[in-house]
Design a protein around this ligand. Structure first.
Ligand SMILES: NC(=O)c1ccc[n+]([C@@H]2O[C@H](COP(=O)([O-])OP(=O)(O)OC[C@H]3O[C@@H](n4cnc5c(N)ncnc54)[C@H](OP(=O)(O)O)[C@@H]3O)[C@@H](O)[C@H]2O)c1
Length: 306
């Protein structure tokens, strides 16, 4: 099979497209013929080991010292079940699925084998594979953090970094939960964030939301602490009494299969929509990583796997 391989940590150019043996599903696994994947910000952190020194050491121990032990990166997929292990009961050959795995990787390829009880669900029939691949990463992370904050109808939620993968999902999901949403992003993304259901959008290049009169029950940082630290230093001033501040970098999220199913249902009903910035082919994986490395993608960067 064709796959993009990463044998050492480094810049996007460490990725090479080549031929690998097609994996065979073990008893409890399904083999998926991947039609689309995504280059997530997490993928670029792993590839470049772009982490603080303490985390870099832990990542080397967990992922591989000089390069990832699993040389095929990629955490997100949309595709078709192509074979199933002897013990598999929840999927059949031909099922159209989408999914996410933060630990196994392997989706920058034509085939991958994942356990049937992983974060894998039926893909919404109304979405293309490219659209389906743009749902799980931002959707599952945003849902986890909005739940952790206990967001409920009528609350005022501010999403800082409303135009990224997590941010575009957080705006839509907070709206779905009945919150009144303010999104913060740069000028070029104001219309996009409005179109996702934000009642108000603050352009951070022109205005500091902390200076406004509005108060929020939740300030959700969807950018990540390294980049958001300066901008959010005084944000407690903008919290309503009893309000919470939460970052997408707070802790290791527990992602649930039920939530992937829910995201699929919401997408099928048109209550959330995938946001795709650019689409590349697997051959252009280096280009895709260069773009994501810049840190300003709008929603998701998707890879079509021919
Ligand atoms: N806790 C975990 O286990 C976990 C797992 C995965 C990811 N994460 C975190 O989630 C973060 C977000 O991921 P993502 O995929 O959504 O990122 P992304 O798609 O790359 O989006 C980042 C967004 O942040 C905005 N941004 C960039 N620099 C900014 C700055 N200096 N000030 C304000 N806004 C800025 C950009 O919007 P503009 O272009 O409008 O500036 C961009 O749309 C990651 O960086 C990572 O830290 C955490």
């Amino acid at each position: 099979m064709q796959a993009a391989v990463c044998t050492r940590y480094g810049p996007p150019e460490v990725l090479r497209v080549g031929e690998l043996a097609t994996p065979i599903a073990r008893k409890n696994e399904v083999r998926i013929r991947i039609r689309a994947t995504a280059v997530t910000s997490s993928d670029t952190y792993v590839r470049g080991l772009r982490l603080s020194p303490a985390y870099r050491m832990m990542a080397r121990l967990a992922l591989g010292w000089n390069g990832p032990r699993q040389p095929v990166l990629g955490m997100v997929l949309s595709g078709v079940v192509d074979s199933v292990g002897a013990d598999v009961t929840s999927f059949e050959v031909g099922d159209r699925v989408f999914g996410f795995d933060q630990h196994l990787f392997g989706t920058y390829a034509q085939y991958v084998c994942w356990p049937e009880d992983g974060l894998l669900a039926t893909r919404p029939a109304n979405l293309s594979d490219e659209e389906a691949a743009a749902i799980p990463y931002g959707g599952l992370l945003a849902l986890h953090f909005l739940r952790k904050a206990g967001v409920r109808a009528g609350q005022r939620v501010l999403v800082f970094g409303a135009s990224g993968a997590v941010g575009t999902s957080a705006v839509q999901l907070a709206r779905h939960l009945g919150a009144e949403v303010t999104g913060v992003c740069s000028t070029a993304n104001v219309e996009l964030v409005k179109s996702l259901g934000a009642t108000r959008v603050v352009d951070y290049t022109a205005e500091d939301f902390v200076d406004g009169a509005e108060r929020y029950d939740l300030i959700f940082d969807a950018v990540g602490k390294r980049k958001s630290a300066a901008a959010l230093r005084h944000c407690r001033r903008a919290l309503a009494p009893g309000g919470t501040r939460l970052s997408v970098d707070d802790g290791r999220p527990k992602l649930r299969r039920e939530d992937l199913v829910l995201l699929g249902e919401l997408a099928a009903r048109g209550e959330i929509r995938p946001v795709i910035d650019r689409t590349y082919t697997l051959d252009d994986i280096v280009e895709a990583h260069r773009y994501v490395d810049m840190g300003h993608k709008r929603g998701n960067v998707v890879i079509t796997v021919a």
